[in-house]
Design a protein around this ligand. Sequence first.
Ligand SMILES: [Zn+2]
Length: 457
Amino acid sequence: MLKKIILTLLFCPIFAFAQQKDEEIIRKIYDDALTSRASYQWLEYLSNTIGSRLSGTPAAEKAVIFTKKMLDSLGLDRVFLQEVMVPHWVRGKKENAKMLIGKEKTVMNVCALGNSVATGAKGVRAEVIEIQSFEEMALIPKEKLNGKIVFYNVAMDDKHVSTFTAYGLSGKYRRKGAAEAIKYGAVGVIVRSLTTALDDYPHTGSILYDEGSKALPAVAISTIGANLLSKKLKESEKTGKKVEFYFETFCEMLPDVLSHNVIGEIKGSEKPEEIILVGGHLDSWDLGDGSHDDGAGVVQSMEVLRLFKKNNIKPKRTIRAVLFMNEENGLRGGNKYAELAKKLNEKHLVAIESDAGGFTPRGFDIDADDDKIEKIKKYQPLLAQYGIEQIKKGGSGADIAPLKPQNVILIGFRPDSQRYFDYHHTSTDTFDKVNIRELALGSAGIASLVFLLDKYL
Ligand SMILES: [Zn+2]
């Protein structure tokens, strides 16, 4: 009997009509995204006119003003700023580094890691000890580490098809490497850049010191540099020649600065109190211009609202784009947003984050109860023809993660990940690396998912 009812429902003209209409609306969203240059132009301005947007800098504030102005131009129901105090770390003068073996001096490409303390002009010079894991380090007698520069040479594991999995596994040496090495009396830290590429660009990223502990200066070294240093250390085991490293950094943590999350929304027609959020982060590292990380996510989130307005799609729920400040070296924007959402008793149904680059869409990962995931997975056939291959259980994103205790369905947009870490946190994350069609397919994919979630969840 139940089967009969289901079959009748499936073939009933009303259901077929609804599905046909959904297909038409999704087609319209894609047609518009693929032919409009709006989001690409927004990104061009963010990347080429404003440039890198490290938290607390005047450029980050320019990005706030620019994106608010663009949201204001879309005829939304509400555009507003949310105040948040952010850290203000600056790199200062360019770093210098050399490998020293006897009389041989080799210039090495390094960059200070974000939030690191500086060595200043005196620099730090010491013998190097290569480390493959924290466990290995714990077994080395403390006197062997005392006074040394610890070199974490932990490559991202190429066997993982998702480069984010490999990043997740090696990332702890960048984040916690300095805090660990100081416990053994080390005087500095070098971390192998987190990239799957073999090149000479150092990749920055934030580090965390233990509270109340003394801080060690830390730099990232390019993968070519890391391989060379490692080779020389192995040779020195045979030759007995001492391998030393010298680096100088001039970075500085300045007082916190008042900054903002930028928010725009379309009010829901039936359940305006229920919010579907889509977001990315406005701040970026300073070495490139943050086009992939995360200019792409910012303009895609804005584009979702533009696509809804332009195509006269009237959502039942409130659709909100949130451009978070300070994801990279503090997560203050994401934390502040979740804190205020709780305080204001806002009901977030879903939060989607785009912070994996502006590459060809592959799917979405969902962090929610299994029954909710199963429900959302059913939308996939409607998106299959546009290359959304997989909707599955998984992680979401850093900025929306603080909403988790408020029982929100968290979704991470997942574009192709193969080239992301070539550019991530380095000087080559620039506008020319973003393809207009790949960026637009991402916006359309996210907007279509928002449309289906609003209608059927
Ligand atoms: Zn990012």
